[in-house]
Design a protein. Structure first.
Length: 476
């Protein structure tokens, strides 16, 4: 009773009523002729669940449980499927990757990597930005939480460097270098999140949804496919942001000196750092060559966790305290199941063919650009990357495949951009509130930089991406 009262103190009534009203209305509206009635009813539950995630009357996992429970009560989802929702390799891969990310932080390896890049590249402001980007790129494959990467590894170094140069989150000094570094660190975070399946919690959802439409994507396929567009975005980011933000300080010799002193204070590699580095490299090799060794991505991550537990880099209490990991395991599994039922009942195929009639006659490339642009900028209305992927990825992919665009290229473009589009607002992806909360950047500056940089990112992914996939033979 007390818990229920607490919920209503935190959330206004309309946050509950809006999703319910949407679901009830859709449920009672007659579905289109020729469509399985279960598909329309499943759509009602799914849309109501997505609305609940957006309105956030409860935490995301709680909303997902409510949606899935309602689906079982209404007969559009078997309870056995509900129970098995967190039993897939992809769901476990994300859970295990969260534990690995904790090991990177616990061991001190993440901090050392950041300081190394900043010592090497930190004599100029733009070098600091590249150092932050490289730090995020190095740790991204084994850290599925963009929030953990931002808050646990990159942001502490970013703030330390800004403050050393007298730039604090106040109107007088924030523009010296703090606002520039904060925006560069955030944008690098969302770019790297789109470069690896294991770099963002929602990426496995895209992989699963693509597989349900016959597009199989391995860890290595994604990494290779996203490598050139992603690296090009990272390469362009610091100079482009330099023109948008214009920091007052462009030479930063003190930053490199500070990083050098902190590295000296850390001393030589500790045992934990050494073991964690070996685990990290070993995981990358297993993920890259897993097809040859017969060890899948999830099994490799489990092996990495085993070694961390044996060497004491991670304790089971550490694992249990990773609330975000267990929370993600719940909502990812349930959203995958709900989206899969939509596809199973034929809703995605019906919507794709119906909406596709309006795209008939347009060149395939024009359809690709149009669908991708809509998919990208609708993100302004979403505060969750996974909710956005679950709601719109299947339909967008179906439209592109129907138009004749190469399935792999379509899936990779939509999947990677699902992270990149987090740059638009401070609420569109988990690292946004963390970075924005420092106070170095105003909302107007944040949104302006996000929109203008999004044009550059889209140009790269929509032009360079397909050319690269054609060259490596993955675009067919």
């Amino acid at each position: 009773m007390h818990e229920a009262k607490g919920i209503f103190r935190k959330a206004t009534l309309h946050r509950f009523l809006v999703p319910v009203a949407i679901g009830v209305t859709l449920w009672h509206v007659p579905g289109p002729d020729g469509l399985d009635p279960r598909a329309w009813h499943m759509l009602a539950v799914f849309v109501a669940t997505m609305a609940g995630i957006i309105m956030a009357p409860l935490p995301m996992s709680a909303v997902a449980i409510v949606g899935a429970t309602v689906a079982t009560l209404l007969g559009v989802l078997d309870f056995d499927e509900f129970v098995r929702s967190n039993g897939t390799d992809l769901v476990w891969l994300i859970l295990l990757a969260f534990f690995i990310s904790r090991g990177v932080i616990n061991s001190g390896l993440g901090r050392r990597v950041a300081l190394f890049f900043l010592r090497t590249l930190g004599s100029r402001t733009i070098g600091l930005a590249y150092g932050l980007a490289l730090t995020d790129l190095v740790v991204a494959p084994a850290m599925p939480s963009v929030t953990a990467r931002a808050g646990g590894v990159v942001l502490p170094i970013t703030r330390a460097m800004a403050e050393v140069m007298g730039s604090r989150p106040d109107p007088e000094t924030r523009k010296r270098v703090g606002s520039y570094l904060t925006l560069c660190a955030f944008h690098a975070n969302v770019i790297t999140a789109g470069m690896f399946i294991t770099a963002m919690a929602g990426n496995p959802v895209a992989v699963q949804l693509a597989a349900e439409q016959g597009v199989a994507i391995t860890w290595l396929d994604w990494a290779i496919g996203a490598s050139v567009p992603g690296l090009l975005c990272l390469l362009i980011l610091p100079p482009a942001m330099l023109r948008l933000v214009r920091p007052e300080i462009t030479e930063t010799p003190d930053a490199a000196a500070l990083a050098r002193k902190q590295l000296e204070a850390m001393g030589p590699f500790s045992r934990d750092e050494t073991v964690m580095a070996i685990i990290f490299v070993g995981l990358i090799l297993l993920w890259v060559f897993g097809g040859l060794s017969g060890i899948g991505a999830a099994k490799a991550a489990a092996l990495g966790l085993l070694v961390m537990l044996v060497f004491g880099i991670l304790t089971w209490d550490d694992a249990l305290s990773e609330k975000a990991a267990w929370d993600t395991m719940v909502w990812i599994g349930l959203l995958i199941v709900l989206a899969a039922k939509l596809n199973e009942y034929g809703m995605v195929a019906w919507f794709g063919s119906t909406f596709g009639t309006y795209l008939e006659g347009l060149p395939t490339l024009a359809v690709f650009v149009l669908v991708t642009l809509i998919y990208f900028y609708v993100r302004y209305f979403f505060a969750s990357a996974t909710a956005h992927i679950s709601a719109l990825f299947p339909v967008s992919l179906a439209l592109l495949i129907l138009a004749g665009f190469p399935p792999f290229s379509a899936a990779i473009a939509l999947g990677a951009l699902s992270s990149v589009m987090g740059c638009l607002t401070q609420y569109a992806i988990g690292s946004g509130p963390v970075m924005f909360g420092t106070g170095y950047v105003t909302q107007v500056e944040w949104w302006k930089a996000g929109f203008l940089m999004s044009l550059i990112y889209l140009a790269i992914w929509l032009v360079v991406g397909p050319l690269w996939w054609s060259v490596i033979g993955l675009g067919s």
